[in-house]
Design a protein around this ligand. Structure first.
Ligand code: G6P
Length: 369
């Protein structure tokens, strides 16, 4: 055990630091100098993807959050409608499936009972085809799908998923790029997005170097019972994933909200005992987010802001704690911002002395309903 963990204290920490390698492996032989290589989803994959008119994504837990990021990506760049749903809901409701819809199952293990059942149910619902994004080649989800794209995260031991998530994002980014190119995304934009994705391993590597600052931030959470995570756009699912990590391993109650919803409820909870973590990338929504943060500050809430280095935001504007991150471009920013949130949850849990790799009541893979 100690030998496998090497210099790291827990598997989770080791897996967080393996992300540059895991993402590079997932992109290897799939993303070339001129873009996504042919048929990386399997024989006949590109032909099938060219017929897609909409996408339904089904998953559970962290994998569901990856699907939510993909919705923002695919709708923006490929201009296809995308619906994302947790498998335990999808399998029992009468979902409407428009013609030409692709069913995508995302699962680290490929054995999650609800995801597998949803996939079997989808067979009766008239999809164009099924695609599995999965980390285990011999798993049931992969065996039963028409198309597949394996994440190459390697074995993930920590119950709280980390490298599986960022490799899922890498795989979904490839899917988005392929769909977008087939639907006429302009060459220059396509090349720019491919370049961002190609640089993702190094960009994640730079985010990992922030660990010492995050250890300091983590100390603020030790006496807390609650925390609020805010994001907008494709950073909203990142906020969801950050709050899930914190609750899973530190047992602090955490919730995530799209920052614009703050005024419709959670603002009532904000006081000096409620730290508010915000993910603030650079982009058209930055000013909106800043005014949401202003509302938190006015109520005495302690702010912890992760901001893109390129975002015009001075320390004063954040007041509280501001950590700058080189997000490497708007497209891949969700994958990059995930990393400091993983580290935050990890160090809070370590400081609180919980069983980081095996949190109470949770299982790595939930193979029964
Ligand atoms: C469990 C794990 C989570 C995981 C979820 C879905 O709840 O603890 O980390 O995200 O299952 O698992 P899957 O293997 O389908 O991605």
């Amino acid at each position: 055990d100690a030998v496998e963990r090497g210099e790291y204290r827990h598997y989770m920490q080791k897996e967080i630091f393996e992300q540059p390698r895991a993402v590079a492996d997932t992109l290897e032989s799939r993303l070339g100098p001129h873009g996504v290589l042919p048929n990386i989803f399997g024989v006949g994959g590109d032909e099938l993807l060219a017929k897609v008119r909409g996408v339904h994504i089904i998953a559970c837990g962290t994998s569901y959050h990856a699907g939510l990021v993909a919705k923002y990506w695919i709708e923006e760049f490929a201009r296809l409608p995308v619906a994302v749903e947790v498998a335990s809901e999808y399998r029992y409701r009468e979902a409407v499936v428009p013609e030409g819809t692709l069913f995508v199952a995302i699962s680290q293990s490929g054995e999650t009972a609800d995801t597998l059942a949803a996939m079997r149910e989808s067979r009766r619902r008239g999809y164009l085809g099924t695609l599995a994004i999965c980390n285990v080649p011999e798993s049931s989800v992969v065996r039963e799908a028409d198309l597949k794209l394996m994440t190459r995260a390697g074995p993930e031991i920590g119950v709280a998923s980390t490298k599986a998530f960022t490799t899922q994002l890498a795989a979904l980014a490839l899917l988005c790029l392929q769909l977008a190119r087939q639907r006429g995304l302009d060459d220059g934009r396509y090349a720019e997005l491919c370049a961002q994705l190609q640089a993702l391993p190094q960009t994640i590597g730079r985010a990992l170097a922030l660990e010492p600052q995050i250890v300091e931030l983590a100390a603020h959470f030790i006496p807390r019972h609650h925390a609020l995570f805010l994001g907008r756009g494709a950073q909203f699912p990142v906020a969801l994933e950050g709050s899930l990590k914190l609750k899973e391993i530190s047992y602090i109650h955490a919730e995530a909200y799209p920052a614009g919803e703050l005024k419709h409820g959670p603002l009532a909870l904000v006081d000096e005992d409620m730290p508010v973590v915000a993910v603030a990338p650079n982009g058209p929504l930055l000013d909106k987010l800043k005014s949401n943060l202003q509302e938190v500050r006015a109520r005495g809430g302690e702010l912890i802001v992760f901001a893109d280095s390129a975002a015009p935001m001075d320390g004063n504007a954040a007041r509280g704690h501001l950590l700058r991150i080189d997000a490497g471009g708007e497209f891949i920013a969700p994958a990059v911002f995930t990393v400091p949130l993983q580290l935050l949850a990890y160090h809070v849990a370590v400081l609180r002395g919980t069983d980081v790799d095996q949190p109470r009541n949770l299982a790595k893979s939930v193979t029964v309903e």
